[in-house]
Design a protein around this ligand. Structure first.
Ligand SMILES: Cc1cc2nc3c(=O)[nH]c(=O)nc-3n(C[C@H](O)[C@H](O)[C@H](O)COP(=O)(O)OP(=O)(O)OC[C@H]3O[C@@H](n4cnc5c(N)ncnc54)[C@H](O)[C@@H]3O)c2cc1C
Ligand code: FES
Length: 276
């Protein structure tokens, strides 16, 4: 990357995968142009820019443990994300980063892992899930619980169906808020399904990402299941502008989410004002 972390580098969209039936989430497979390299760790983000539209902070959802292009799963919500959704393979975008901290995977060696995701919140989790699966022997049992509003809103269906469940000692649990008639899986909100599955808290790290309301009730469910604050890890999506601790847009108390986060243990969050 260039020496100035605020200057975007040029990259090319190679491929676009539509994730949801409504098309509101697409995964962009992106190659840096020229000889540029882009090293990152699971949990980190990048600022993507579209000329004339602006910039958006997006989690890197590819895994650093695999060689290959960068991947970003993006939900269309406003100006920049709509411009990205209207782009086609071959279009140039700007990429700056990586920004933020990473999931502390080295501290998880020998532990069971429980991933709890909702909606587009599976994007940052996908990076760390694939990182851990690529070092499968380093961890104990792995549970992946993922929910969406409807079956058509589930992202990364191929990995959820054909890849992750086939790996030894990995259980994938899917749930939807509302069935579509063809769905034969669970119909329950993610925190309710979590309590039904009731994974052990013993020697387990729980990693969660999703809408704020889901995270709130997921943390309450985890506490009832015996997880302590330091066993719960989450990643925050505060609004961001600079991404490097200059503009002050993303602060919680004295901490900047773009620099000190976005990954925090619940123990760390408990010591901050409840502004997230
Ligand atoms: C660390 C981090 C990681 C993120 N990872 C992803 C990701 O992997 N995939 C993804 O789709 N999105 C992700 N986001 C959210 C993404 O940055 C915003 O959705 C995007 O910037 C919106 O830009 P826009 O111009 O399209 O929308 P705008 O026109 O700016 O806003 C449209 C609507 O979205 C709301 N909004 C904008 N930004 C945010 C935000 N950060 N959180 C909640 N609501 C917001 C606005 O209030 C408004 O209602 C992440 C955000 C952060 C901070
Ligand atoms: S986004 Fe500017 S300080 Fe965090």
């Amino acid at each position: 990357m260039g020496t100035n972390p605020l200057i975007p580098q040029v990259a090319t969209i190679q491929k676009i995968v539509t994730e949801t039936d409504s098309g509101d989430v697409k995964t962009f497979i992106v190659e840096m142009d020229g000889r540029q390299t882009f090293s990152y760790q699971p949990g980190q983000c990048a600022m993507l820019s579209v000329l004339g539209e602006g910039e958006s902070m997006i989690s890197i959802c590819s895994s650093d443990s695999r060689k290959g292009p960068l991947e970003f799963s993006i939900k269309r919500v406003g100006r920049v994300t709509t411009a990205l959704h209207e782009a086609e393979p071959g279009h140039k975008i700007g990429v700056r980063g990586p920004y933020g901290n990473a999931f502390p995977v080295d501290e998880w060696t020998g532990k069971n892992l429980l991933f709890v995701g909702g909606g587009i919140g599976l994007a940052p989790l996908r990076a760390v899930i694939n990182h851990c699966l690529d070092a499968r022997d380093d961890f104990g049992h792995i549970d992946i619980l993922y929910g969406a509003r409807s079956p058509g809103d589930l992202c990364f269906k191929r990995e959820l169906r054909d890849n992750w469940p086939l790996i030894e000692d990995v259980d994938v649990h899917l749930t939807v808020d509302e069935s579509d008639g063809n769905w034969d899986g669970a119909v329950a909100l993610v925190p309710h399904r979590l309590e039904e599955i009731a994974p052990t808290s013993a020697n387990t790290v729980a990693v969660t990402c999703g809408p704020p309301i889901m995270i709130k009730f997921t943390i309450e469910a985890l506490k009832r299941l015996g997880f302590t604050d330091s066993q719960i890890v989450t990643t925050l999506e505060m609004k961001m502008q600079c991404g490097v601790g200059i503009c002050g847009r993303c602060n919680i108390g004295g901490r900047y989410v773009c620099v000190d986060g976005p990954v925090f243990t619940y123990e760390q969050l408990r010591s901050l004002p409840a502004e997230y």
